[in-house]
Design a binder for this molecule. Structure first.
Ligand SMILES: Nc1ncnc2c1ncn2[C@@H]1O[C@H](COP(=O)(O)OP(=O)(O)OP(=O)(O)O)[C@@H](O)[C@H]1O
Ligand SMILES: [Mg+2]
Length: 254
């Protein structure tokens, strides 16, 4: 994968929380239409890096490139324009809205309050188009039958489907998923694997995940963090055999 036209690349990322060095000279590259996995033991810095990539944490230093072009690390309000979407560990659906409404919100650049005051529910063509798009992505995550349910009545696996549909409806170039398989049973993990693999036709995907079988199945490249540093990167086989990785995971039960 050529470095120059990677969908997203960071290098030299440093982040400290007080005296704690959470990330130390971290690099990562996500190729176009590639699924990249970010793994590592608890506290390794995975979520911190993820958060830096989607504007929730500001790095102390580091370089950020989109499509080979250097720019500032994004702020959350810029993500839609930059073609980046993400789901978070805490799912964050609006419980009192329907599934369809929740997914439609994913296409908007403004928050829920702005959406409502901008005329959500008005019967115009934009809304019809958006609704169709939202239904299309609900279908993609096998959740079309949930469209009219209130979000707070969904099972946990179903909220994960809907959160992904909400991320997809903005038609991102890069989708970032923090623990997509977390809390899912083996059957749900199977559809998640399938879903993620299908997405690569349209976009690049970054997943932070504890489930080794998921990352080994869907990722073409892995980065392993330990104590805030990248200790290995490469395909699943290479990483699995890496002595530093085996040592990092020894005794963690993963
Ligand atoms: N906002 C914060 N303030 C202070 N320390 C933090 C903050 N966020 C994370 N840390 C610390 O930074 C380190 C990396 O945490 P991070 O959450 O990125 O790890 P992780 O790899 O996502 O772990 P897990 O697998 O448990 O989710 C940890 O030592 C954590 O305690
Ligand atoms: Mg984490």
């Amino acid at each position: 994968m050529s470095t120059n036209n990677a969908a997203l690349r960071v290098e030299g990322v440093n982040i400290s929380f007080g005296g704690l060095r959470a990330l130390n000279d971290v690099y990562l590259e996500i190729g176009k239409n590639e699924v990249v996995g970010l793994i590592g033991p608890n506290g390794a810095g995975k979520t911190t890096l993820f958060n830096a990539l989607c504007g929730l944490v500001k790095p102390d230093s580091g370089k950020f490139y989109l499509d080979g072009k250097e720019q500032n690390f994004p702020q959350t309000a810029q993500l839609v324009d930059l073609g980046i979407a993400r789901t978070l560990q805490g799912i964050g659906l609006f419980g009192d809205l329907t599934v369809l409404e929740n997914v439609m919100i994913g296409a908007q650049k403004f928050a829920r309050s702005g959406l409502i005051s901008a005329g959500f529910g008005r019967n115009n063509r934009d809304e019809r188009e958006l609704k169709e798009r939202a239904m299309h992505y609900l279908e993609n995550v096998y959740a079309i039958g949930l469209a009219n349910r209130r979000a707070d009545t969904l099972s946990y696996p179903d909220t994960k489907r809907v959160a992904i549909a909400r991320a997809l409806v903005g038609e991102p170039k890069i989708l970032m998923l923090d623990e997509p398989a977390g809390g899912l049973g083996s059957q749900d993990i199977e559809w998640m694997n399938l879903l993620i693999r299908n997405l690569t036709a349209q976009m690049s995907v970054l997943i932070v995940e504890h489930h080794m079988d998921v990352v080994m199945t869907v990722c073409s490249k892995l980065y392993v963090l330990n104590f805030g540093e990248v200790i290995a990167s490469g395909n699943a086989e290479t990483v699995r055999r890496d002595p530093a990785v085996m040592a990092a995971y020894l005794g963690t039960g993963a």
